[in-house]
Design a protein around this ligand. Structure first.
Ligand SMILES: [Zn+2]
Length: 348
């Protein structure tokens, strides 16, 4: 089968469109003919320097195939695989949990210590075919296209788990969403509007903020020009927001905390600018703040999201599609932050 592979880390030059053997199935697995595979920042980090990939190469496991957000058609079924049949249109839940630990049994498989991410620990969807456990395959409603489905798993699952399960955002509340031009930010905006929150959104360009406004953001803030916490406090008569969706890390931490109202909740899923932040403990207790983490989400949550997208309650933002062999170009678009929404690879 055709695939985009790499056997050493580096620039986009290491990506090669070539022939590799089709995956062979274990009994509990299904083979998916890939129709669409979205590109994530993690793909870029994996290609460049993530140690997990370097260790895989040191063990002699080459080449690697990226791609965690996959939609396609079931092509083959393992002997004990259940729940789907050949020809079903599916999207794949991106994580493969162990299925036997206490977190997995408790329905919180996103906390499983030994889970593997498709396209990171295993070979992924930059290929004609990919394999996955049958329970990862979620059937698609007719109205949901392969491209829109592939744009959903990581971004929407992350945003949904943050806002609905962790922060428990409620109708009428105020939320501040950082980096609204990114996958998690734009998904968070749609989810927050769906449940009736008032959304303040930040981005670094006026063009991205204009798009956020078209998507329903109630107020937009260009964080390049100003301290966004001051803008938030001004816009809320000094009150602040009930929830902050934080995924930037060190660079925005102080401003994010300062943007919170009494009883405010900050929920974080990422640290693209650094891991360490400080916290004024007196303000934490006086304002009864909550700071919480969030890590991807569960298969059950992804099923809910697919259902909502099938009814067009959530509509993924697609920047563009590119044929699989142009995966390097897709990486450069993300690297240079030229995209608004997802870049999705499709079969040539
Ligand atoms: Zn587990």
């Amino acid at each position: 089968m055709k695939a985009v592979v790499f056997s050493e880390q580096g620039s986009t030059e290491v990506l090669q469109y070539t022939d590799v053997p089709k995956p062979t199935l274990n009994a509990n697995e299904v083979l998916v003919k890939v129709e669409a595979c979205a590109v994530n920042y993690l793909d870029l980090h994996a290609r460049r320097n993530r140690p997990e990939i370097a260790e895989k190469f040191e063990r002699g496991e080459t080449p690697h195939i990226l791609g965690s957000d996959i939609a396609g058609t079931i092509a083959e079924i393992g002997d004990t695989a259940r729940g789907v049949v050949v020809g079903d249109r599916v999207v794949l839940a991106p994580c493969i949990p162990c299925g036997v630990c206490s977190d997995c049994h408790g329905g919180a498989e996103n906390l499983c210590d030994t889970q593997e991410l498709i396209g990171f620990q295993t070979n992924g969807g930059y290929a004609e075919y990919v394999k996955a456990p049958a329970q990862n395959a979620i059937q698609l409603p007719e109205a949901l296209s392969f491209v829109n489905a592939a744009a959903m798993p990581i971004a929407y699952l992350t945003a949904w788990h943050m806002l609905m399960t962790r922060a428990q955002l409620r109708p009428g509340e105020d939320i501040l969403i950082l980096g609204v031009g990114g996958g998690v930010g734009s998904a968070g905006l749609q989810i927050a509007k769906l449940i009736g929150a008032r959304v303040f959104a930040t981005a670094s360009s006026d063009a991205k903020l204009a798009r956020a406004g078209e998507m329903g953001a109630d107020a937009t803030i260009n964080y390049k020009d100003i301290d966004f916490s001051e803008a938030v406090l001004d816009a809320t008569d000094g009150r602040g927001v009930d929830v902050v969706l934080e995924h930037v890390g060190a660079a925005t931490w102080d401003q994010s905390i300062a943007s919170l109202a009494k009883n405010g909740r900050l929920v974080s899923c990422g640290v693209t600018t650094g891991n360490m932040g400080t916290l004024n403990i007196r303000k934490l207790y006086q304002k009864q703040l909550t700071v919480m983490g969030s890590a991807l989400g569960t298969v059950t949550e992804l099923r809910t999201l697919v259902h909502l997208a099938g009814r067009e309650k959530l509509v993924p933002i697609i920047d563009r599609t590119l044929p699989l062999h142009r995966a390097g170009e897709a990486h450069l678009l993300l690297e240079n932050r030229q995209n608004f929404g997802k870049v999705v690879l499709i079969k040539a």
